[in-house]
Design a protein around this ligand. Structure first.
Ligand code: FES
Length: 313
């Protein structure tokens, strides 16, 4: 991911708890290109790194637009940004990277968004419309008043909103949405963990290449069981990973720095080639097939099932 120092050019409320921020080069000019579904990583002054999806059109090269929901359970990321980030500030930004790319050849795309999970979807709709592809969106929020970006979605005939806390409202039946779609559709889901788990369960029977999921937080804890040895092919070093440490921790302890960002297995920055051994995959990036192939792993969160793990480092 490209390291950038960007200016907060503008900011606006999109819903009572959600603010958008428009980031630009301080001197104007072009930003690295991105594709719909991509995210950037912000590094906060505390060192925390947080990933946010790009909301704007991939045709725009002069700005990145992100939207941040103030999370009541925030560990300091969204709360700090809401309370401190102001127009005119400079931010360290890495990006963009896309783990949630559109299959632009799909005959039909079914987009399912929950809450702040609408952010990558807004950019994807822009792209699907530009390509004149067939798509539909089901957008879930507790209440209409809390739903962001309705101004750009309202009035589009392919958008259906589901407000489960409005009078008469109920949770979206994701199984019914999937069952009603054409057989050759591709499915995309971005939203809270519970929604993503339901989505993955009801799409389990579909070909993997038709199912696309974007996680914003880890599903399981990083592997810290330790008790194995890393053999590094480039440096020729051996590094023991003790209990209580991740692979990334153990490498840092001996002065080996692997590029990383989220440290939760959701951004893909720390992906490392596996030469030999069996990783204990804990990330949310690799598909089941990629996990089984054991060609790469995310060293921030995954461990090892074998006593020796040979990595291309
Ligand atoms: S640092 Fe994000 S996946 Fe490892």
């Amino acid at each position: 991911m490209t390291a950038l120092r960007l200016l907060v050019h503008a900011s606006a409320w999109e819903a009572p708890d959600i603010r958008s921020y428009e980031l630009r080069q301080p001197t104007g000019g072009v930003l690295p290109a991105f594709t719909a579904g991509a995210h950037v990583d912000l590094t906060l002054p505390s060192g925390l790194v947080r990933s946010y999806s790009l909301v704007n059109s991939q045709t725009e090269r002069h700005r990145y637009v992100i939207a941040i929901q103030k999370d009541r359970a925030s560990r300091g990321g969204s709360r700090w940004l809401h309370d401190n980030l102001r127009v005119g500030d400079l931010l360290n930004v890495a990006g963009p990277r896309n783990n949630f790319a559109l299959d632009e050849t799909a005959p039909h795309s079914v987009l399912i968004a929950g809450g702040i999970g609408i952010t990558p979807i807004v950019s994807m709709i822009d792209r699907l419309e530009a390509l004149d592809r067939s798509w539909e969106l089901v957008y879930c929020a507790r209440k209409r008043a809390g739903a962001a970006f309705l101004a750009v979605l309202d009035g589009k005939p392919r958008v259906r909103c589901n407000y489960d806390e409005e009078p008469g409202g109920r949770m979206l039946d994701i199984l019914a949405v999937v069952a009603a779609a054409p057989a050759d559709a591709h499915f995309y889901c971005c939203g809270p963990l519970q929604m993503l788990e339901t989505f993955e369960r009801v799409t389990r029977h579909l070909p993997r290449e038709c199912v696309h999921v974007e996680y914003f937080s880890a599903k399981e804890a990083p592997a810290r069981e330790g008790g194995f040895t890393l053999v590094l092919t480039k440096s020729g070093r051996e590094v023991a990973v003790p209990a209580g440490k991740t692979i990334l921790d153990a490498l840092k302890d001996v002065g080996i720095n692997v590029a990383h960002s989220c440290t939760e297995g959701i951004c893909g920055t720390c992906e490392t080639r596996v030469v030999e051994g069996t990783p204990d995959h804990r990330d949310l990036i690799l598909t089941p097939e990629e996990r089984a192939a054991n060609k790469t792993m995310m060293v921030c969160c995954s461990g090892s099932k074998s006593e020796r793990l040979v990595l291309e480092l």
